[in-house]
Write a protein that binds this ligand. Structure first.
Ligand code: BGC
Length: 407
């Protein structure tokens, strides 16, 4: 038996635009209308079906749930907040509380209100104030129902796909990257990226501004809710290597750029840190790995190294996302077990990990890959919107019930 600490949070995650449906006034929806990313539409209609979805979470034994608030719903026009939408998220939080499920709210998960993206998004000089004002408002309104808030989900993938590869809004690409199309159901969509040397500067500016936005939001949240637990969610892309000096240096440099450069800017303004882990890159590796449906190496045990990498910031950690795209659910049970064993090993080595949220609760809009990649513990039939619990969800449930993986 590999037991986890008492009161460990076990759950799964989702994000607003990937599951809610019908959000038209934000940048990804606009990009979908322009056929630069796959259509989003009604998604899983989670906006209307959250009660039933939370019944499933309960049935699956989770005691925590991570979800995000859609900025474009809350602030449809600059500086104007929509009370009705706040009421919606209050109802969502009450629905979780009624089931004894601890909410982990992410304030921003990739999508920008149109007024913000069209006025420059995180390139705006005042982006940090604008973002902090939104965060402050939300926490002021929801503070009595929720303690855990993450400000920003994954600064690096956002910036890397939006300002370097040009596959996500705002579709900016560095010269030399080549035409990167985004997959749709039948063919490759033309993301119509803008290629310019200037995007290199924009990439680094946006990264800095996201860090500043987090820091500013942290202070603003603490003013209205001093006891809130405020975190940033960081995607550790794990770089490692064989023992050749050049490969060691490459891995060191990439970890510095992808993780430490960003974390050093924000960790002082964090009560805890969320880790998203999916991928590794081992320089000098000749091994062939089994692949997930995303084409990523099956290497769940890398979560151990990812947690150790974040340990140096001396904050409580929680796994905010980790999981696998696996349409037929044949690799997911084992993947989950190995992933959780990795978390357990990290705890055994002294890392303070407080929770684990599998990504994701249900199949959803997988960003530029649309609906065909399936990460869910719960399968969605996109024609009928019927939910079907996958076998792996029961495996996860038994781990939760045992508070750890049994040998
Ligand atoms: C993102 C999710 C996404 C998942 C799988 C994470 O980087 O936060 O929104 O669905 O990866 O690609």
């Amino acid at each position: 038996m590999k037991p986890f600490p008492k009161n460990f949070y076990w759950g799964a995650g989702s994000s607003a635009f990937q599951v809610e449906g019908d959000i038209e006034n934000m940048d990804w929806a606009k990009a979908a209308r322009e056929k630069r990313v796959p259509e989003i539409g009604i998604a899983c209609d989670h906006y209307n079906r959250y009660e039933a979805d939370f019944d499933i979470i309960k049935e699956l034994g989770h005691n925590a749930h991570r979800f995000s608030i859609e900025w474009a719903r809350i602030e449809p026009e600059e500086g104007k907040f929509d009370e009705k939408e706040i009421e919606h998220y209050r109802a969502v939080l009450r629905a979780l509380r009624a089931r004894n499920i601890e909410p982990f709210v992410t304030l921003w998960h990739f999508t920008l209100p149109l007024w913000f993206s069209e006025s420059g998004g995180f390139e705006r000089k005042d982006a940090q104030e604008v973002f902090a004002r939104y965060c402050r408002f939300v926490v002021e309104q929801l503070g009595d129902l929720c303690t855990h808030y993450s400000t920003i989900n994954e600064a690096l993938p956002y910036t890397s796909n939006g300002y370097r590869r040009g596959t996500w809004p705002p579709f900016r690409q560095w010269p030399g990257i080549g035409a990167v199309g985004v997959p749709s159901y039948d063919n490759m969509l033309d993301a119509k990226a803008t290629v310019s040397w200037r995007n290199i500067g924009a990439y680094f500016r946006v990264l800095r501004r996201l860090a500043a936005a987090h820091n500013r939001a942290y202070d603003a949240i603490k003013q209205v809710h001093p006891h809130a637990d405020v975190s940033i969610v960081h995607h550790v892309l794990l770089f490692h290597s064989d023992h050749k000096l050049l490969n060691l240096l490459k891995a060191w440099f990439m970890n510095w750029h992808w993780t430490h450069q960003h974390m050093r800017r924000v960790y002082r303004h964090c009560d805890s840190i969320g880790l998203n882990y999916y991928m590794h890159r081992k320089f000098g590796d000749t091994k062939t790995y089994e692949k997930t449906d995303m084409g990523w190496d099956v290497y769940p045990e890398g979560i151990y190294d990812a947690l150790l990498m974040l340990q140096r910031y001396k904050k409580p950690l929680f796994v905010s996302e980790a999981g696998v795209a696996d349409d037929d659910d044949d690799m997911r049970p084992d993947y989950i077990r190995r992933q959780i064993e990795g978390v357990w090993r990290a705890i055994e080595s002294g890392v303070d990990v407080r929770g684990h949220m599998y990504w994701s609760l249900m199949d959803n809009y997988e960003l530029a890959q649309g609906y065909r990649k399936r990460f869910g513990l719960v399968e969605i039939d996109y024609d009928t919107l019927e939910r079907k619990i996958r076998p792996s969800a029961w495996v996860y449930k038994s781990i939760i019930e045992n508070n750890g993986v049994t040998e």
